[in-house]
Unconditional design. Structure first.
Length: 362
């Protein structure tokens, strides 16, 4: 199933049969990996939607997932238009009570969890410029990924192919909004012989002054993927990702303040509320085909996330011994190993793929 993000479009009824015929002629088999074994979308019993990366990049300015995931059934994306706060994602109601970030869902970027062990997830390190597909898994089948009763969002980056290409993009909007990026992809060989190499490197920068006072932001993001074919049955893939965000927080307004001037930020100016986030991570994945029915995948990853946030809390409450203060300074190191052994067989005389036997340590 292809998910298209179409907004404010109206088509005459007479054109609908022609459009349906054109879509049928262009129909392709969509492969789903969020099962978590690779199967055809029609063969999996799970509720899965697949969003194509090329279609996502048609939506400018390629900064937030809210630009292109609005058409996915069961998925609600709340963009607060405040870059000091992450997107709020909910699937079938799970995650809707989260005041910030993503909870109740599991997010994976190239097999590396973007959800911490405490359940908090972030989408800030997802590079739309190099996304191949985003798969949204809804319902009870998300339990295959652990404690994720709401659902799973699985992001896969592009794999480089021949011929080598270099792409540059730029976007300009009101209130000093700029987004520009560059991506290089390519491959040596066709990917089936020992020594074949594929690569994807993407980097971009986003800046804005913001509609309101004290709401400017700056985001630098880089993503890289390098694959090396070891032999005919095994492959090694190196994954690198880095994001650096500096964003001012304009804060909320009372009804009287909004009627007086909706663009003002009295508490933001008074307390200089802001948030800085830096995250760097690396992963190494080894894949081997053990037989015609069995595959082995081993993923090792490690990273560091630093968050510093200044809040609009008056000085008097902060003086109390039991108060946590007005500044959050958090550094988190994370690492893990994920091992999956997948067996494909037949059941009841028809093709079937049994759930993978997996052991995950995070």
């Amino acid at each position: 199933m292809k998910i298209l993000s179409v907004r404010h479009a109206a088509l005459p009824a007479l054109l609908l049969p022609l459009i349906a015929a054109a879509q049928a002629a262009d129909e392709q088999t969509m492969v789903v990996t969020a099962a978590p074994t690779t199967v055809s979308e029609l063969d999996t019993p799970a509720a899965v939607s697949v969003v194509n990366g090329d279609e996502m990049r048609q939506a400018a300015p390629r900064v937030n997932l809210s630009e292109s995931l609005g058409a996915v059934p069961g998925l609600q994306v709340q963009n607060r238009q405040n870059y000091a706060q992450d997107l709020q994602l909910s699937i079938r109601g799970f995650g809707s009570r989260s005041t910030y970030g993503v909870r109740g869902l599991r997010i994976y970027v190239d097999g590396i969890p973007a959800t911490m062990p405490d359940g908090q997830g972030q989408t800030s390190n997802i590079d739309i410029g190099s996304v191949d597909t985003i798969e949204v898994l809804r319902g009870p089948f998300s339990a295959l990924y652990g404690n994720s009763s709401g659902g799973v969002i699985n992001v896969t980056s592009q794999t480089g192919t021949q011929p080598p290409t270099v792409e540059a993009s730029s976007y300009y909007g009101s209130f000093g909004t700029w987004h520009y990026g560059m991506k290089a992809t390519g491959a040596v060989g066709d990917g089936s012989h020992a020594g074949d190499v594929d690569y994807t490197v993407s980097t971009n920068r986003f800046t804005t002054h913001g509609y309101r006072d004290h709401s400017g932001a700056r985001k630098n993001l880089a993503n890289a993927r390098l694959g090396v074919r070891i032999n005919d049955v095994s492959k090694l893939t190196l994954l690198l990702n880095s994001v650096d965000i500096k964003a001012n927080d304009a804060g909320g307004l009372t009804a009287d303040e909004w009627r007086d001037n909706p663009r003002q930020s009295p508490r933001g100016d008074q307390y200089n509320t802001r948030k800085n986030t830096r995250q760097t991570q690396a992963g190494l994945r080894y894949e081997r085909q053990l037989s015609a029915q069995d595959d082995l995948s081993v993923m090792m990853y490690a990273g560091e996330r630093e968050t510093t946030q200044f809040q609009s809390i008056p000085r008097a409450p902060q003086l109390k011994p039991s108060h946590a203060g007005g500044v959050i300074d958090l550094t988190r190191h994370y690492q893990g190993i994920d091992t999956r052994l997948t067996h494909r067989g037949r059941a009841a005389g028809g093709p079937s793929r049994s759930p993978p036997v997996s052991t995950t340590r995070t």
